[in-house]
Design a protein around this ligand. Sequence first.
Ligand code: NDP
Length: 246
Amino acid sequence: MKLQGKVALVTGGARGIGREIAMLFAQEGADVVICDVNLESAQATQKEIEAKGVRSMSFSTDVTAFKEVEGMVNLVLDNFKHLDILVNNAGITKDNLLLRMSEEDWDKVLAVNLKGVFNCTKAVSKVMIKQRSGKIISIASIIGIMGNAGQANYAASKGGIISFTKSVARELASRNINANAVAPGFIQTAMTDKLSEEQRKAMLATIPLNRLGVPRDVACACLFLASSDADYITGQTIVVDGGMSM
Ligand code: NDP
């Protein structure tokens, strides 16, 4: 039980990688708060978390709106009295080649993926500074390190998360707050399930460990960073990509 007695907030926690992180944290004894735009699926995840014997709450909160995020954090504090772990996981893609990418698609991806991380980190930092403790984990991507044709907006947002994390880590280190990022490679989700056999083979050829990642691979890295095992690690990005980007 690595997170016994801790309270964690996972954005975009209703499904996919965020849901897996939430479930693993609950399994390790944390009370877990789910923030997602889709209340129905957030509530369903809340029920699954509670079935593990820990407390949970779910919020329909859009991470792009600072006031909404601040209101959610205040309600979490009213109920749980402390907030120890933030996982900035909510993220979207709106892919297109640069010349075809609309200003709207650029703005939307930056708003959710990067401004959302700023909003949640800012709101939660205030609490963690008072507590003199906290762990902030942001889900970036190897695309934020390597770049990718057709994903200029996504790559900029994920690269931004990595440098944002380093700055926040420097600012908050004296208050015993760690800020780190996790950069997944190709993770098996509904999106990658849609790939043709040919596309899957081509992708696998670039991955030394010869398999796509699963959400649990990412969740385990988050668990490590959220636990006291990572107390002396801050400002880092852990790459979880089967060796693809080395
Ligand atoms: P999913 O699309 O499966 O899940 C993302 C979740 O975030 C959804 O529940 C979504 O809600 C929610 N969300 C979207 N916008 C907002 C918002 N404005 N406010 C709050 N919640 C929001 O994605 P994945 O699980 O695949 O990805 C999770 C993270 O991991 C993302 O940051 C992604 O960029 C990153 N990542 C994923 C990789 C992969 O291969 N899957 C690889 C590298 C990084 P709704 O369902 O209602 O839209």
